[in-house]
Structures are given as structure tokens and as C-alpha cells.
Write a protein of this length. Structure first.
Length: 136
């Protein structure tokens, strides 16, 4: 591959650089959509939790969700790690609820979201976006 790059004309090399830059920018855009979607769903779920189960801790949970979601949007890796820990906890709770007879469609939805979000938080576009968001 190195010899192929050496044999390219100046215009071909410039086009190769532009193509690579375009692919990176596209990956960053996809990563941004993924991050913002996960963050918004997290905040909405916290609001629903506050409204549907008003007994204790809901408001504090909402504030934490907002703080972690904003930090995630700004590319903070510690927020991604905390999100994954929280999503892992949601996966365990959902499995427990489903397999102990408390089967409800909401647990299946939470399980599916948690698994998908966990996987997506480690995909390449998310990495590209978080790197750019944090480092400019």
C-alpha cells in the first residue's frame, strides 16, 4: 500500500486526503446523533421515572441524568463509563424482573434500549465524535 501511495499524483493524494477527511466527518456526525439520542432518551426516562414513581429519589436521579447526559454530549469519557455502568445495572434489573415473573413490556423495552445503548457507546463513530468534542 505504501508503494501505491508513492505512485499517486499530487491530485490523487489530495483527493485521498479529502476522502479520508470526509469519512471521518461523516463518522463524527453519526456518533453525534448516537450520543445525543442516548442522552435524550436517558433524560426522558428519568422524567418518566419521576412522574410515574414520585416516591423519593426521582428528582435527584433526574438532575444526575441531566448532568451525565450533558457531560456525554461534551465528549467526557467518564460520563460514558458511568452510562455503561448504569446501563449494565438496568440490564441486570430487567433480566431479574423478566425471569422472576414480573414480566412487563416496559422491562423488555428497557432491556433492549440498555443493550443497544451499551453496544453503541463503544462503536467507532461515537469514539470519533467524543474525541473531537473533547479535543476540538
Amino acid at each position: 500500500m505504501r508503494n501505491d501511495e508513492e505512485n499517486l499524483t499530487k491530485e490523487q493524494r489530495e483527493q485521498l486526503v479529502l476522502d479520508t477527511q470526509h469519512k471521518r466527518e461523516r463518522a463524527e456526525a453519526v456518533g453525534k446523533v448516537i450520543i445525543f439520542t442516548i442522552a435524550i432518551i436517558n433524560i426522558v426516562m428519568s422524567i418518566l421515572d419521576l412522574v410515574l414513581t414520585p416516591s423519593g429519589g426521582g428528582f435527584f436521579s433526574l438532575i444526575l441524568s441531566i448532568v451525565f447526559s450533558v457531560a456525554l454530549m461534551f465528549g467526557q469519557n467518564w460520563a460514558r463509563i458511568l452510562f455503561v455502568i448504569g446501563l449494565g445495572f438496568s440490564i441486570l434489573v430487567s433480566f431479574y424482573a423478566i425471569f422472576t415473573g414480573a414480566f412487563h413490556i416496559i422491562f423488555v423495552i428497557i432491556l433492549a434500549y440498555s443493550v443497544a445503548a451499551t453496544i453503541l457507546l463503544f462503536c467507532k463513530p461515537v469514539h470519533e465524535y467524543m474525541y473531537r468534542a473533547k479535543n476540538g
